[in-house]
Design a protein around this ligand. Structure first.
Ligand code: BES
Ligand code: MN
Ligand code: ZN
Length: 498
């Protein structure tokens, strides 16, 4: 898909489809909207009166464009104004998705609200996201040529070309991350993910892969323990951008949970929807996709992506509840629940990242069912130490069109992890599980750190107007923005003592 910034009035654009958001305060049809309506000979008024368009969330109506040079108008429910990049990304995704499988070749998008460079970048990324087809990975018979038709040129009315070009690269990165997260566990297991990562050396990155023997040598007992029950061996993937090597005193590590399949292990999960647990590698997919995207946009960024990859499987060699394992940082962990595996692999991966020189760490994980229950599929939750570092990723997410919300790190919950046999257990029980998971992780990192739980946001369990069922690419755009901002940010360099 080509993306192009254009200037001038939307009333003069010759395209197949002109997308126009109708915001909640537009009922009176005034100002810029009234002007377009007049130029169209009342087409917008007519569509609204006809009941074609109503204010249901993400509703859209494809109507005749009357006297406008555009063939058709795509009226979109814009909801309330002032939602910036988040809304821009959504609207653009709904627009291109609405046109999939149709004859429209060119689409112009007019935003009418909060049009800054961030919003245009998010809109371009969203326009690409709307053409994402999950069936393209494995579909052979039903994924026909007609279904594959999508808009091939999107014009952004009033944008800057640099902003939409950046958005296109980010949009491709998000699609790459979605493909990785959507691929099934029989296809994309740890060694295969390592092969995918190795290809990033084409983008100038240094890719390092740790195998089980390396994990043993390094004392990564937590990562090795989770991986020991599966026929497919674990791997730890590290992708260092060119800027990592000769960075000054600041290096950012993004660490993603890479559980290719989470059966729960011996603490096995119920059968219902267990197949969704192929998405338990979404954090790894996000950090790998973000690294690839930043390598294309700003290779000098001091960035490293780390992805501990495992399958969490039951079996004769699987970890048992009650097993005690030793972490790379020296702590002993009593595994009280083999289904709390994400925190175990992240713990060793973060210790390793610090050893490689990371001064700031962000981990991204589909870590707790409690996140999905509390936040649903719209908002990712983050925890930060210190909070000032967290606010940087909160800002980056907002600029990138994602919705992140801070949760508290409650040190008082550390007591729920006390073990009679080891330094810590791995499961603190059901109550407060979202927060407690972050508290567990906090034991394994000593530099400024943010934990992002994307369990609810990483994939859609049903199709939406802006995307198909399956992976969403959550956190890719936020991580890219954070990495691009990172060299120039005012940052806490250490965790303040309490
Ligand atoms: N991968 C799951 C979390 C998850 C659940 C992600 C549903 C997406 C949707 C994680 O490994 C897990 O099993 N967490 C347990 C932790 C518990 C045993 C402390 C959970 O949330 O139940
Ligand atoms: Mn689990
Ligand atoms: Zn898991």
């Amino acid at each position: 898909m080509r993306v192009r910034a254009i200037s001038g009035s939307p009333a003069d654009v010759t395209v197949d489809v002109l997308a126009v958001p109708i915001y909640r305060d537009d009922a009176e049809l005034s100002g810029d909207l009234a002007e377009l309506d007049a130029a169209s000979g009342g087409a917008i008024r007519h569509a609204i009166d006809w009941g074609e368009f109503n204010l249901v969330e993400h509703a859209s109506a494809l109507v005749d464009a009357g006297d406008l040079p555009a063939e058709r108008l795509l009226l979109l429910n814009g909801g309330v104004r002032g939602r910036g990049a988040f809304r821009a990304r959504r609207l653009a995704a709904v627009a291109t998705r609405r046109l999939n499988g149709r004859g429209a070749r060119s689409l112009a998008i007019w935003l009418r609200d909060g049009e800054d460079d961030d919003a245009w970048t998010a809109a371009a990324a969203g326009a690409i996201a709307g053409t994402y087809r999950a069936t393209a990975i494995y579909g052979r018979v039903r994924d026909t040529e007609a279904m594959q038709r999508s808009t091939d040129e999107v014009l952004f009315v009033g944008a800057s070309q640099a902003a939409v070009d950046r958005g296109a690269i980010i949009g491709e990165g998000i699609a790459f991350g979605r493909d990785l997260a959507n691929r099934s566990a029989n296809d994309l297991y740890p060694e295969r993910m390592a092969e995918v990562a190795r290809e990033l050396s084409d983008d100038g990155c240094r890719v390092e892969i740790l195998e089980p023997a390396d994990m043993e040598r390094l004392g990564m007992g937590l990562l090795a323990g989770v991986g020991q029950g599966a026929a497919h061996e674990p791997r730890l993937i590290a992708i260092k951008l060119p800027g990592w090597e000769d960075a000054g005193d600041r290096r950012l590590a993004i660490v993603g949970k890479g559980v290719c399949f989470d059966s729960g292990g011996i603490s096995i999960k119920p059968a219902e929807n267990m197949g969704d647990m192929k998405h338990d590698k979404s954090g790894a997919a996000a950090v790998i996709a973000a690294a690839r995207t930043v390598a294309r946009l700003a290779p000098d960024t001091p960035l490293m992506a780390v992805a501990p990859m495992v399958e969490n499987m039951p079996g004769g060699n699987a970890q048992r509840p009650g097993d005690v394992v030793k972490a790379m940082n020296g702590m002993t962990v009593e595994v009280t629940n083999t289904d709390a595996e994400g925190r175990l692999i992240l713990a060793d991966a973060m210790t390793w990242a610090e050893g490689e020189g990371a001064t700031h760490v962000v981990d991204v994980a589909t870590l707790t069912g409690a996140h999905a229950i509390a936040f649903g599929d719209q908002v990712s939750a983050y925890f930060a130490r210190p909070r000032e570092w967290g606010s940087r990723i909160g800002d980056a997410a907002e600029r990138a069109g994602e919705w992140f919300w801070e949760m508290p790190l409650v040190a008082e919950y550390r007591a729920s992890y006390d073990s009679p046999h080891a330094d810590i257990v791995n499961s603190g029980g059901r109550d407060g599980a979202l927060i407690k998971a972050a508290v567990f992780l906090s034991e394994f990192v000593t530099v400024p750190w943010v934990h992002v739980d994307i369990a609810g946001t990483a994939y859609l369990s049903a199709e939406k107007p802006y995307g198909p069922k399956g992976a969403t690419g959550a956190a890719v755009a936020a991580l890219v923005q954070l990495a691009l901002d990172f060299p120039g940010l005012s940052l806490p360099e250490v965790i303040p003592g309490d």
